[in-house]
Structures are given as C-alpha cells and as structure tokens.
Design a protein around this ligand. Structure first.
Ligand code: FCB
Length: 465
C-alpha cells in the first residue's frame, strides 16, 4: 500500500499541476478560415496610427546606444548584427516633412514618435531649445496634415551623462528624468495631448540587465529587478509631475507595456510550466500589478527578489499602451547556466524576428491589459518581413484579433502599426524590415510595400463604419 502511495502521489500531483496550469493558461488558437469570414468592425472614434522611435529613425544620435554600437564586445565582435550602426538611420530628423506626407497618404489619424533626450539635454541641466523647437515644428506639421501627434518620452535611449550616473539603476536619478519630462511637456503641451512616459520598461530591463545584449550589457537579475522598479517609479513620478502642471489635467498620460504571452514548450512538463510562469510574472505581471496595487514584487527564485511599495502608483494611468508582436515558448533545461531556451514548433510560421505569427497573442495580451481598467491603445504591432510575403496576412489577422476583442467588450481605442518605415532595429541592425515603407538607406528613398496595402484598405474601410 505504502509503495503504491509513493508512486501514485507524485503522479497525481503532477497531473493535477499540469492540468490546472493548462486550464488556467490556455494557448488560444482560432479557426482562421472561420475568423476570416467575419466582418471587421471598429467603434466610432477608433484611431489608426503608425509608430517610430527617435534613435531608430532620426539619425545623428549620440547616446548610450550609439556608444554601444561603437564598442565591440569582450571578444572584439560587434554588438550589432553585421556591425551595423544607427548612423543617419532614415534621416527622419531632416526629412520629417516628406515622412509626414507618407503618413498622410496611409489615411491614418495619429503618429506616435519619441523625443530624443540626448538631443534635448545633451549635457546635464543644459537644454537645447533648438531641439525642442524641432519637435514643435514636427507637431505643427503633423497637425497641418490632420495627424495627431502622440509622444513617447523615453524609448530605450539615455543621454551619456545620465548613463554615466547609472541611469535607472538608481532611484535618485529619477529626478533627472522627471525634469526632462517637465521641460518637454512645457514646450509641447499646446500641441500634444497623448503622452507615453516609458516604452516597454521590461524589455529595456530584460535586454540590458538580464540578457546583457543591450546597453549597459549587464547580466544581473537582482539589478534587473531594481531597474524595472525604478522605471515604473519614474512613470509614476512623471505622471504626477505632469498632471500637476498647467494643462496637465487635460493631457492623457500612460505607460507603454510590452506583453508577450509565455507558453510552455511541453504542456505536460511541470518544469516548463514553472519557468514559463516565473518569466510571465517577472516580465508581464509584476509591472502591471504594481500599477494596479502599488505593490512591487519582483521574484525569480534563487536569482532575485526586489520588493517595493508606493500607494501613489495607483491611478497613474489615463490609458495603457500595449505593444504585442507574438508569444514566447519556453523549453526548460536541467542546466543552471541555461535553464531555458526559447523555441517554437516547426509548424509555427515565423516572422524574420525570432518569433512566429500568432495573432491570438494580441487578443490574449488585450485581455491581460484590460485588468488595468483603463482604455487600451495598441501602441505597437507589426512584422519584420524582408520578402513581404507575410505582411498582408499578419496585418489582417492581428487586426481581426483587435476587432474580435472589441466585439467581446474590451475597451481598445486605437491601433498603431510598427513601423512607418524600415529602421534601425536595435541589436538586429538594419536587416529587420518592419516598415510599411521600404527604405533604401543609401538614397533614402521610401517606397510603399505591396503587403502594406492591406493596412491602408482596413483603415479606409473602417472610416465608412
Ligand atoms: C519593440 C520596440 C520598438 C521596435 C519593435 C520591433 O519592442 O519598442 O522600438 O524595436 O519592438
């Protein structure tokens, strides 16, 4: 009897665990033949947009990223794919008028872009008003073309002086971020009503402090927990500071959160489930929970534990910006050096990035973001597709996922495609072609991709609703 118990109890526990996990975290899959027969519909006032970020398109940036691009790793290899450097990028700084024409011809309502802190405050406390004037001109030109500007204050890059101070590793540095945000707000508030404080705090943290592939190249889970906490706290302080300013109450201020659903490689493997849940917690839930409750609890067993409380975090979102591209599938290993790898099934159709086309991920992420109880904007979604043979289907299916979630009652107010044009894709360099417009980086010529026509069609179609 006892011997039997020894055998049955673990088997029973294993079954209960994997069945419960599977039921609680289903990997949603739809019948696409059926989905495609449904009519797309969007509520009145639903907005369409495209997105970019300063370092990826403007050119001429001197910041922590340009430094990173120019510093080889410990083996003398370039940090960026093929040794690419952002350099002149799309020369958007000079060509913004032409680019606004391109945005206009897509028929969209909004343009989300970021302001480059290192250009606005190149030295600590010294603001370059000509840079602020530049962004004001961009906003005015957008409005003249009937396009509403949406500004991101922090999109991964830091001025060198801020990086040298330890950037977001130290809570005392947040005062610099708040001061910068206030300057930008004072200068542009008459032209801009929608503000994103921080873009993808968990991605900045994960890549720079866990994976070590982005600046500052650290692999320190405990520090990662602190950096993520400080970025979120930075959001809270910027929100409060801007709200208390003249024009603050009317401004719509939110954070941009990347949500990647995590799925186990083997649904019967409890270890895959455990790692999946730890990663989902660290990179998706911790940030959202903090903004819901004011309690921060970053926990990666044996690696990191960071706890923090700030009740003032509650109510600091007028909206949530949601970025989603796909999901992550986790295969765990009994190896402390590499206890998991990200792997996909052979039948999953890949994008050019290391993740597949999985539109249900956007739907799942909308569900997660809806916990915040505020309107949701899809602030980024798009595909890297150099051969342009998957773009149209990606656009069609992900937007169907948005339409379906709205029909089910989720409060999604807008959708921004990433990206307006090909650009510098961080460590992936220039090989990842996310653009609705293809860019020739020698001539700076822009050309609409065939696959992008599906986006234009959907936008046009929705206007008749
Ligand atoms: C997001 C970033 C954006 C771009 C896209 C592809 O994580 O916010 O800058 O790199 O991915």
């Amino acid at each position: 009897m006892d011997k039997k118990l020894i055998l049955f109890v673990p088997i029973g526990l294993w079954l209960i665990y994997v069945i419960t996990m599977s039921a609680r975290h289903p990997e949603v899959r739809w019948d696409w033949e059926k989905e495609e027969t449904k009519t797309l519909s969007f509520p009145p006032g639903f907005v369409w947009g495209v997105a970019t970020a300063a370092h990826q398109v403007e050119g001429g940036c001197t910041n922590n990223w340009s430094e990173w691009e120019n510093t080889p790793d410990e083996n003398g290899n370039p940090r960026i794919h093929k040794g690419n450097k952002s350099g002149m990028a799309c020369d958007h700084w000079n060509r913004y008028r032409e680019d606004i024409g391109l945005i206009e011809s897509l028929g969209v309502d909004m343009y989300r872009f970021s302001v480059e802190w290192s250009k606005i405050e190149p030295q600590e406390g010294q603001f370059d008003y000509s840079a602020l004037e530049h962004y004001k001109d961009v906003c005015i030109a957008l409005k003249q073309s009937g396009i509403t500007p949406v500004i991101t204050l922090h999109h991964f890059t830091n001025p060198l002086w801020f990086e040298a101070k330890g950037a977001f590793e130290k809570e005392e540095n947040l005062e610099y971020f708040v001061r910068f945000a206030e300057q930008v707000f004072d200068y542009l508030k008459d032209h801009v009503n929608i503000w994103c404080t921080v873009n993808e705090p968990a991605v900045y943290t994960y890549q720079g402090y866990f994976n070590g592939v982005w600046p500052p190249g650290k692999m320190d889970p405990q520090l990662a927990g602190t950096v993520l906490k400080n970025l979120l706290e930075g959001h809270v302080r910027v929100y409060k500071a801007l709200k208390s300013k003249k024009g603050g109450t009317r401004a719509q201020i939110g954070i941009v959160k990347n949500i990647f659903p995590f799925d186990p490689y083997n649904r019967w493997n409890p270890l895959d489930w455990m790692v999946t849940r730890i990663l989902d917690n660290a990179f998706n839930s911790v940030a959202l929970d903090f903004l819901i409750s004011g309690t921060y609890d970053f926990s990666m067993p044996t690696m990191a534990k960071v706890e923090y409380e700030n009740p003032k975090a509650v109510g600091t979102l007028d909206f949530i910006g949601l970025n989603n591209y796909s999901h992550q599938r986790i295969n765990s290993h009994l190896n402390l050096k590499q206890f998991f790898t990200i792997e996909f099934y052979p039948h999953e159709q890949m994008t050019d990035m290391h993740y597949p086309i999985y539109p249900e991920a956007l739907y799942r992420s909308i569900k997660v973001a809806s916990q915040m109880g505020v309107p949701i904007y899809i602030t980024e979604n798009g595909i890297a597709d150099g051969t342009d043979d998957r773009r149209a289907i990606y656009i069609d299916r992900y937007i169907r996922a948005v339409s379906r979630s709205i029909q089910e009652g989720y409060d999604v107010r807008g959708y921004f495609y990433w990206s307006l044009m090909d650009n510098f894709e961080w460590t992936e360099g220039y090989d990842m072609k996310f653009g609705l417009y293809e860019v020739d980086f020698i001539t700076q010529e822009r050309k609409l991709r065939e696959g992008s026509r599906r986006f234009i069609e959907i936008v046009e179609g929705s206007k008749g609703d």
